[in-house]
Design a protein. Structure first.
Length: 330
């Protein structure tokens, strides 16, 4: 009879859709979309089956081709709608996952003026992971009054330097946040071999390790030109450079150097300032410290084959293209 045929056909389609849903659920990042597709398509099948039961009182014979067409229509109408709703978004997420897998735990190396800040911001947007600055984390922990923050505050108020144990505890606390689930970038640490080994021990507790170290390489004379020509806006942190990115208000004196009173922020018109250590003498001290303490850390990671060196003595967009290429798994 029509009722029996419809019930039997509906049962077969329900079984088929269950199989399809189970298979699609195994696809990475697409499980929710697959379930929605199977459910919606199944709803079309069941709706058709129910309709056939209601009509069976007046119709005793139904064309098998019509049954198949009706069921196929329910499958297509319901299935396609559920599938297309999330497909483009799922595809984008999956493509990024395939491109940058596994979870990135990164460290950016390079002396002051190498461009870590500029490229770091782009990496954050590209990967969707946060950059964890030890300075920012320290201020945040203190302001929130966390256990680590209280310890750090006590040390700072006594005039001491925050020790590695507090810094590591602070990182351990911060990486538990939801925004770190796909990875994070460490900024400002590790700077010594002791800190590098402490970071390794921390990550080993969850079966992880540093997965990528990006080193920005720039000749000393270029760093000197970059740093000694920097001017900053205190309120926003916007950075200017007398040669590469001068403010619109800049005027030069008779000696060819910018007049300090003419250096103003493009957006607010407020005066710019130079950092106290943006000079040749301070740069030399910072570079000596970098080579003595930080370069050995870079060598430590090179032994693992995870260091990627970037020629940062190029145009910003060229450097970014190099960075992007070295973010991708090979």
């Amino acid at each position: 009879s029509a009722v029996a045929d419809a019930d039997s056909t509906g049962k077969m389609f329900r079984q088929k859709m269950s199989t399809i849903a189970a298979s699609m659920a195994g696809r990475r990042f697409a499980s929710k979309t697959a379930a929605a597709t199977a459910f919606t398509a199944g709803a079309g099948v069941l709706a058709y089956s129910s309709m056939q039961k209601q009509q069976s009182a007046t119709r005793c014979e139904i064309d098998g081709v019509s049954v198949g067409a009706g069921l196929a229509g329910g499958l297509v109408a319901g299935g396609v709608g559920g599938y297309l709703m999330g497909k483009s978004k799922v595809d984008a997420v999956e493509a990024k996952y395939e491109k940058y897998w596994p979870r990135k735990i990164m460290i950016l190396f390079g002396p002051a003026g190498a461009g870590k800040g500029t490229q770091g911001e782009r990496i954050i947007k590209e990967l969707g992971i946060p950059q964890l600055s030890t300075g920012d984390m320290l201020r945040e922990a203190v302001s929130q009054g966390t256990e680590v923050g209280k310890k750090a505050k006590a040390v700072m108020e006594s005039g001491g330097l925050v020790g590695d144990d507090i810094l590591i505890a602070m990182i351990a606390e911060r990486v538990q946040n939801e925004d770190c689930k796909h990875g994070f970038i460490l900024d400002g640490m590790p700077r010594t071999l002791v800190q590098a080994k402490a970071v390794d021990e921390l990550l080993a507790k969850t079966g992880e390790c540093v997965s990528l170290v990006m080193a920005f390489d720039v000749p000393y004379e270029v760093l000197e030109e970059r740093i000694c020509g920097r001017w900053m806006h205190k309120g926003s942190g916007r950075s200017y450079h007398v040669k590469f990115a001068p403010p619109k208000s800049m005027k030069l004196g008779a000696d060819g150097k910018p007049l300090p009173e003419s250096m103003k922020d493009d957006e607010t018109g407020e005066p710019l300032y130079r950092r106290a250590d943006d000079n040749e003498a301070a740069l030399k001290k910072r570079m000596d410290s970098y080579y003595q303490a930080t370069v050995p850390v870079l060598d430590y990671y090179k032994g693992r084959g995870i260091v990627r060196t970037v020629d940062a003595n190029q145009a910003i967009e060229t450097v970014w293209a190099d960075v992007q290429a070295k973010l991708v798994n090979k």
